[in-house]
Design a protein around this ligand. Sequence first.
Ligand code: SF4
Ligand code: SF4
Length: 427
Amino acid sequence: MAAKLDIPELDQCVHCGLCLNQCPTYRVLRLEPESPRGRIHLVRAVSEGRIEPNERFGDHLYLCLMCRACETACPSGVQYGRIAEAAREILGPPGSPLARAVAKFAFTALLPSQTRLRTVAKFLRFYQRSGVQSMVRRLLPKRLREMEAMLPPVPDRFFIPGADALPAIGERRARVAVLSGCVMSVLFGEVNEATVRVLRRNGCDVVMPKGQGCCGALNIHNGETAMAKVMARRNIDIFLGCGVDAVIVNAAGCGAAMKEYGHLLRDDATYAEKAERFGRLVKDSSEFVAGLGLVGSLGRIEMDVTYQDPCHLAHGQRVRAQPRALLARIPGLRLIEMNGSDRCCGSAGIYNLTHPEMSQEILREKMKSIAETASEAVVAPNPGCMLQLDYGARRYGPKVRVLHLMDLLDQAYGAGGPAEVDERFAR
Ligand code: SF4
Ligand code: SF4
């Protein structure tokens, strides 16, 4: 494999080591090559031709969760995520030849197509409800049974974006577009509907343009950059064509990737400027709503909740205060902070599948922190975290509910039933 790595960010690292104790993999293994500094060192060695980007190098790079906690900790402003993404681009997807082939299919054929994704989700729904699942579970070996248990229940209906604008409720304050997302649209369609209702109640005309697709974050994190660029260009064209004040994203990982489309397409003469412009429009749903200022009256929700900072919201987008400020606006709701709320939960895209041991080790620690708060629910505005924490609650306890922030706000507004949005956007 010919290595070609020219990464200016490498020069920013002064090897101080202040990031080490914030790194989940270093905290577990206490090994330098499993730390941010160690990985940067390895990438530099490859870029200078001192070592080959071989399998061992790939193992170190892919044991990283891409949580970017090291970026928050780094006093020199090293953008570790960009270093790791560039290294993974020359490595390609991780795992055995079979795992790589499956990943390649998922990243290049499945994620870019909402239709195929919905077909797979329908198949899964049939598998879960027909009784086949319980039969299969009895037959699977332990390792596969544990992986199968991570499958989330597929809901009755999906969220399908449409072309019409839904009008603001009350005084019009903005016109926004909403990303429906890949996982969000098939597994968390109700969160998308809640997001739309909250935006409308806050004076937004909402469009959900047809033709939009997956953001490409999983591709970027797993060395499938070429397809990620295709997906980014499509989203840029679709969303810039809507003439909106902001593009609202309720999945932290997607928002972080879309804000950085400018970097992804920096060498594309046609799209570089458009990608930068598009990135400035992208806002996390909490960031946008808090910035706009909540309007309308919120009903009481008597509940103790704790908050999980999704890595790509806290470290990737530096959005921490806004979700907490919104939670504080809900009467009756008490926020109890957990220890290490901005520490990764071990989900990290497909990491819980590719590195189950490390993922579970990290998840167990997270569930312990949640248990210490004695909360009834954990709020985590990102689908990967929601799936992982829900699995953690089932497997390790405590039996908390896992909620998206937009769910809670929508409940507090007492949004009346599904008819307002569902009939037009859900199938
Ligand atoms: S990444 Fe930053 S914190 Fe970590 S060793 Fe390098 S300079 Fe220090
Ligand atoms: S991104 Fe997360 S797991 Fe990877 S080196 Fe940085 S802190 Fe460690």
